[in-house]
Design a protein around this ligand. Structure first.
Ligand code: NAD
Length: 438
């Protein structure tokens, strides 16, 4: 099938590449000329594991190409995916200007039947708005389908190629058949394609993300309470998670969720509620608690240094909002950096993939280390903000030798208390006993 994907970010590029992988002809469109130039030169503009292999293969076999020109891209396409940003507006609602702007353009340029698929995460009722925006100028038949994306950055290729489920919101029989055909190769193991109306599909995505954000936040509150009463959150997590009604996943406590999705989707769902006269009390709490949790290490650090960290050198491991991505949107590390700098500390940070994005955002307010050990050189403390695998088994003797202050503040509970004792560190984590010498 001929497909155009409009918006070539984390979702659009993975979608386009994975659709080419099953034999479709895909053109990806983006307004970012530099990004398109890079892709035309065979460079993947984001870090996403395993994407490069598929990207190269499909370009070589002429199934995947890139352009900035929407009109030429959609000319032969039967299916047009919109994978455009829906960032939060000032009031927290989803900004639909990218999606509706492109929809209006499409109305002017489509000259035969198209299925226009909304892959962006959008509030209930957006499919109707997209339909109206296209219809304003169109004089051919078209369908607008809601097909929310559930991929996770870091696992995006696998998630797209083998989704738990595909959700498709459409009431058009014609569009339904086309999409069933398109997605068939990805659900051969029997995972479902779930058809529903457009509004339910739109809400499914928000409900899924808000539920996961709530699960994480609930466990973070349990962890905070563990600290008050001397319980161990690791034990509680295992006890709770082995109940199959609850499940083991998304129960790891830490310094909060970040990323481009959970924070904005929780806010946008709450805002949608307000607009309909419904107050999502639980979402207000989730957002508030998560915001505080991002800097939950700060009071612990200040307490350890008797309230004064002026000129203390902080080694910071991890900048991305989670491992296996270079995405720093709403990353807890950025909030920690702000607070640490405000308190007068200096920072030497290391992240395997996200350092250039942070440097582009905050410049040289912090030092960027060559590797994890270099960050620790003469530092008064080590702070861990992202659970990259490479931080799980470092050479502790080397870390110990490099650090001036032998103390680790671990926002992701990477190490056992025993191993920290054995290696001679003081250790402060989330929801567990502190190891403090004195
Ligand atoms: N990132 C994720 O993990 C994820 C997962 C599921 C759903 N989503 C949703 O998918 C949507 C896209 O997210 P993303 O993370 O891929 O965003 P992104 O910011 O990484 O990418 C968006 C791309 O759209 C391009 N763009 C903007 N305006 C354009 C226009 N008029 N024409 C063509 N291109 C244009 C931008 O240049 C950018 O490359 C959002 O609604 C998001 O909530 C994201």
């Amino acid at each position: 099938m001929n497909i155009a994907v409009v918006g070539t970010g984390y979702v659009g590029l993975v979608t386009g590449t994975c659709l080419a992988e099953t034999g479709n002809d895909v053109i990806c469109v983006d307004i970012d000329q530099e990004k398109v130039r890079k892709m035309k030169n065979g460079i993947v503009p984001i870090y996403e594991p395993h994407l490069d292999l598929l990207f190269e293969r499909n370009i070589k076999q002429n199934r995947l190409s890139f352009t900035t020109d929407l009109k030429s891209a959609i000319k032969d396409a039967k299916i047009i995916f919109l994978a455009l940003p829906t960032p939060p507006d000032e009031d927290g609602s989803a900004d639909l200007s990218y999606v509706l702007g492109v929809a209006e353009e499409l109305g002017k340029i489509i000259d035969d039947y198209k299925v226009i698929i909304d892959k962006s995460t959008v509030p209930v009722g957006t499919a109707d708005k997209v339909h109206a925006a296209v219809a304003k100028n169109a004089n051919v038949d078209f369908d607008v389908v809601s097909n929310p994306e559930f991929l996770r950055e870091g696992f995006a290729v696998d998630d797209f190629l083998k989704p738990d489920r595909v959700v498709i919101g459409t009431q058009s029989e014609r569009a339904r058949k086309i999409l069933e055909e398109l997605y068939k190769p990805y659900v051969r193991q029997g995972n479902p394609i779930i058809f529903m109306d457009e509004k339910s599909a739109e809400l499914t995505k928000y409900a899924a993300n808000a539920f996961l954000a709530t699960k994480i936040t609930f466990m973070n509150e349990i962890a905070n309470f563990c600290e008050k009463v001397g319980a161990d959150v690791d034990a509680v997590r295992k006890g709770v998670g082995s109940d199959t009604r609850i499940g083991k996943r998304f129960l790891f406590p830490g310094i909060g969720y970040g990323g481009s999705c959970f924070p904005k989707d929780v806010q946008a769902l709450a805002k949608s509620g307000t607009e309909e006269g419904y107050h999502f009390q639980i979402l207000d709490a989730v957002e508030r608690i998560n915001q505080t949790q991002k800097t939950a290490l700060m009071p612990k650090i200040l307490e350890y240094f008797n309230g004064d960290i002026t000129n203390k050198k902080v080694a910071l491991w991890g900048l991305a909002f989670k491992p296996d991505t270079d995405d720093i949107r709403e990353a807890p590390a950025l909030y920690l950096i702000d607070e640490l700098l405000k308190a007068g500390a200096t920072i030497s940070a290391y992240d395997p993939e996200a350092m250039s994005n942070v440097q582009a955002r905050i410049g040289d307010k912090i030092n960027y280390a060559i590797d994890a050990y270099d960050a620790c050189e003469q530092a008064d403390l080590l702070v861990i903000a992202t659970e990259w695998s490479v931080f799980r088994h470092p050479d502790f003797e080397r870390v110990h030798a490099k650090l001036k202050g032998k103390v680790i503040f671990d926002g992701r509970n990477l190490y056992s208390l025993n191993s920290m004792k054995e290696h001679g560190f003081e250790y402060i984590s989330i929801g567990r006993d502190k190891i403090i010498n004195s």
